[in-house]
Design a binder for this molecule. Sequence first.
Ligand code: SAH
Length: 346
Amino acid sequence: MVKVDICDMTIPELEEYIEKIGEKKFHAKQIFKWLHREKVDSFDEMTDISKSLREKLKEKAYILKLSVIECQTSKKDGTMKFLIALDDKAAIESVLMQYHHGNTICISTQVGCRMGCKFCASTKDGFERSLKASEIEGQIRTVEKYTNKKISNVVYMGIGEPLDNFDNVVRSIKIINEPLGLGIGARHISVSTCGIVPKIYELAKENIQCTLSISLHATTDEKRKEIMPIANKYSIEELLTACKEYIKLTGRRISFEYALIADKNDTYEDALSLAKLLKGMIAHVNLIPVNEIKNGVYKKTNKEAVNRFMKNLNDLGIVTTIRRELGSDIDAACGQLRKKYIEGKK
Ligand code: SAH
């Protein structure tokens, strides 16, 4: 008999399952709490549940356990990067960043990525599979357990394209939100996308109060197509129209990610054109000097030019910040640690 992954269910799904195996619905909440808040590894640890139910669960279900293959800690800022193994031995990355306002985790949604952005290490070795919700949320459970630290913010900015794994990502957010589990509110969760337009509308309809981050990186379709293949499918205009709908339906502001690449997208004209695009939207721009990846062709914009770009945007009325570079001494850019691991295995 194939056992079910009991960590992959929201509370309503778990209630349905518990009734289906002939037990009382209220046990679902007890079990959920043991799994996601107490983070137990076995059914035997669920001490307020009868022995017979525990035996039944052991027979029919399993508790997903992810393992840490490697953990690198930055000497500069304490950022911790985890290489995590899944059941099938595929590897993903999660990063724990410690800020004054709390601990933020960056999690992966797929093993590899099929989006093909030119500057990104996660997509270079192609796509293996999407993660289940249990594997997405499991990264947080695993890192909290490993470090004994409470995580207060989650960004879906690790390996993979979240909106290319829509159902599992939405289910994972519901599991993460659940007060009986990790209890991290939607407002403390950011989902980042390269811009799969129809899925932005779908996410807006879900009306989860998470922040949406758009990886824009260019201000004309022509330039965007050079660095992001998704731009061949959806124009910037279509993307921004979807963003406006997201703002309208959720009332949440949108964050635009803009990786500054030397001699590509970092001139005054680029800043002007970006300001024009975002005028009147409740938006925020996050500038990231592009992380130079192994065998990558792009060079990062120098510090002064990054500061100038930010000042230009702020002067033009667009709220802009520069993403703090954390863990620069530890392969912290997404996908690099996994890439090294895969290459080592070959
Ligand atoms: N696929 C999603 C989420 C993962 S990437 C997305 O595209 O948004 C998270 C963020 O890191 C995105 O904004 C992505 O464009 C950016 N990114 C990827 N590689 C980068 C690099 N080498 N330098 C700077 N930013 C990078």
